[in-house]
Design a protein around this ligand. Structure first.
Ligand code: ASP
Length: 352
């Protein structure tokens, strides 16, 4: 009897079954944010909501596509962030906020959980997509973080074109600056404020005044089919910040962190708190050493530790299995998530 057809058929079934389970064992997922803050339902018109949701959908789908095609989590993070940086809706790239002095100074970082390499730029003024330059610092320089003029000169050596500073001027951000300045000036002339600080130094008023920022930073975290985690963050910082101020977004362990087998995090919020509380690193440490789930670890840091400290904001976090957490302690956080084989979830508030 000739067994070969039976054997061949058996082999085919085996290959089919094993490749199915192989695929099923390789989950991938991605999460993005477009900033947290006082995003009240009343403050967004129906058409603004639609515009935000459409851009978030476009960004998550761009990253998802890279992952679905077997691409790297680093590339997925970069392409998703590029979509958000190129939109005036978010406080990164094109929509970057103004400093008190009326300039735009952007910060960004990216981390590769596979190699523990990282790259960051701080205070750049002429870089269209700061996340690209952060990646170039990681891949093409011996350093982790470059700032200001040095970062821009490095960009030129890498073939980047600098864009004029007014590339980032938008009317809505300009109005936000005027509103913030009004509040700062009010706080400055408030005797209670003066007594509490002992001086009337304008920029300290940022900490004093009622926080009503829409932070608007953008970020992405991803797990690819090879099991590699990556995270990236890009921002214009905080409206009316003092020139030269650097927030948490380019600080590895504060605004961005990724480590294979553990987790990847990108943050948005009041950067001074995120730096001091080492937010992204703290979440991953809870996962790594305390064996907490990503949901619990991220929730403890954002909704317990930071709240007690008075720091507002949120994170997107992902673990090595592709589980995603998106806690925030503000009214809303622009965000989207998408897991392998599933549709994207695009959300602004707690419930939708
Ligand atoms: N974390 C950013 C910063 O402090 C602001 C934000 O998330 O929008 O620079």
């Amino acid at each position: 009897m000739n067994y070969s057809p039976i054997l061949a058929a058996g082999l085919l079934v085996f290959v089919a079954v094993s490749s199915t389970s192989f695929a099923a064992e390789k989950p991938f997922s991605i999460a993005i944010h477009g900033g947290a803050g006082t995003i009240s339902k009343a403050s967004l018109t129906e058409s603004q909501q639609k515009a935000y949701r459409a851009k978030l959908q476009e960004a998550i789908d761009a990253g998802y596509k890279v992952l679905a095609n077997g691409g790297d989590s680093l590339d997925a993070v970069q392409v998703s962030i590029n979509v958000l940086e190129n939109s005036p809706l978010f406080n990164a790239g094109l929509g970057a906020v103004y400093t008190y002095d009326g300039a735009h100074e952007m910060d960004s970082s990216i981390m590769d959980g596979k190699t523990m390499n990282a790259g960051a730029v701080a205070g750049v003024r002429h870089i269209k997509n700061p996340i690209d330059l952060a990646k170039a610092v990681m891949e093409k320089s011996p350093h982790v973080m470059l700032s200001g003029q040095g970062a821009e000169e490095f960009a030129l050596t890498q073939g980047y074109q600098l864009v004029p500073a007014n590339h980032f001027d938008t009317e809505s951000r300009y109005q936000q600056l005027q509103n913030a300045k009004e509040k700062i000036n009010k706080a400055e002339s408030n005797p209670e404020y003066q007594a509490s600080t002992g001086h009337n130094y304008k920029q300290s008023a940022l900490d004093y005044m009622e926080l009503d920022y829409k932070f608007g930073t953008v970020g992405a975290v991803a797990l690819d089919q090879q099991g590699n985690l990556a995270a990236g963050t890009s921002t214009g910082g905080m409206t009316a910040k003092r020139f030269g101020r650097i927030g948490d977004s380019p600080v590895i362990g504060a605004g961005t962190y990724a480590e294979n087998g553990v987790c990847a995090v990108s943050a948005t919020g009041h950067g001074e708190f995120f730096i001091r509380y080492h937010v992204a690193g703290d979440i991953c440490a809870k996962v790594k050493y305390q064996k907490k789930s990503i949901i619990q670890a991220a929730d403890e840091v954002i909704n317990q530790r930071l709240i007690t400290a008075g720091g507002s904001g949120g994170v997107i976090a992902i673990d090595h299995r592709g589980n995603i957490a998106t806690p925030f302690n503000t009214e809303g956080m622009y965000r989207a998530t998408r897991k392998s084989g599933e549709e994207a979830q695009v959300m602004i508030w707690r419930d939708k």
